[in-house]
Design a protein around this ligand. Sequence first.
Ligand SMILES: Nc1ncnc2c1ncn2[C@@H]1O[C@H](COP(=O)(O)OP(=O)(O)OP(=O)(O)O)[C@@H](O)[C@H]1O
Ligand SMILES: [Mg+2]
Length: 415
Amino acid sequence: MTQYNTLGIDFGTSNSAAGIAVNGKPYLVEIEAGEKTLPTSIFFDFEARRAVFGTAANKALIEGLEGRFMRSLKSVLGTPLMRDIRPMMGERLSFIDIIARFLAEVKAKAEAACHTRFDAALSGRPVHFHSGDPAKDAQALVDLTECYMRAGFKEVSFMFEPEAAALAAASTGESDALNLIVDIGGGTSDFTVYRNGADGIDILASHGVRVGGTNFDRSISFDHVMGLLGKGSGIRNEMGAGVLAAPNALFHDLATWQMIPFLYTREVLRRVKNLEQMAVQPELFARLRGVLENQLGHDVSFTVERGKIAANRAVQNGARIDLGIVAPGLAVDLSKEMLSQSLQPHMADIHRGVLETLKLAERRPEQIGTVVFVGGSSLMGDVEHLLAEIFPAAQLQYTDAFTAVVDGLALAASR
Ligand SMILES: Nc1ncnc2c1ncn2[C@@H]1O[C@H](COP(=O)(O)OP(=O)(O)OP(=O)(O)O)[C@@H](O)[C@H]1O
Ligand SMILES: [Mg+2]
């Protein structure tokens, strides 16, 4: 069998990274100069007729360049949308192709930085891409494998993301104490119970649920922002008397990172114009029409995400979600209570996920000595409170939230 050089890749819902081990330590490639991670964002720049990735893609969106922006594509893996073919700058591309281009960029940058060709990838994967749907879950892995092959890798293998984080967090020396990795990312929450063993880590159980920061963003947007664009407001009956609430599905999609590109069609715009005509408050639907016509869906989501992080950080009052891009002066206050209220169903899912992990490990909460937080969304206060409540006696440890998974993959890639 050919021995390929292997690149460790954390393809995240929100952020990605790549690395290898050098002298037994993780070395992360600067895919973007000076940065160890890059946003998992892609922008097809219609004028320059090229795709840009990461921070450059986010910047192109914010500057309002003409083109098509995509983020959270990992959440589409396993769904039929992956294989829909659509025209893009003179080509016909599926999301498999689009993710492949992102991975090919990571591969090329890593090869240039390491002066090495990487024909194999060791990729992270959530324990479950989809909760409670084994067929979709399996399909997601098929899809992601295909993305790596199309990106030019000859071989790809996978490692559970929280197990990679456990590898990176492992301290030397045998110990009876049990640790729990809690990796709350953009798309999934993943857990591993492990102990430090004589030669490496002993994994007792891993488990995960499909909930992460992008779900937090969606709930905040749906609960507190979409009302400004017509959600829940009255639509007069076309046939006679009576008023019905506007259909929720559209607002649900507009609040969902990965669904936004699917709303920029003539058909959706026509539906919104119809709603505007029949609306009790047509000015709200005029705003919605403006968001679609000017393709501002992602800009709204970025604002919501920033509001979430600011409200979480705020000592007391919360933060303001500034929607000036939608209409001059438009804004919503997001108090800590509003934030917690929107996060509540997700905290319940994470709670169930943790308890299920303990069950799989056949351990009780008091047997966990240390809870190790990984992933950007583990920085949410509500996540910390929840884990402190489940494990009142455990130490809570924060590692490198954004790089623990790729550090572990880098170490494992070179074995
Ligand atoms: N300071 C912060 N406080 C709270 N949340 C944050 C903070 N910084 C980033 N986030 C959130 O963390 C998420 C991204 O985290 P991370 O980069 O770990 O995810 P990912 O690895 O891309 O996703 P996944 O592992 O689920 O595929 C986003 O939803 C982002 O809004
Ligand atoms: Mg992650």
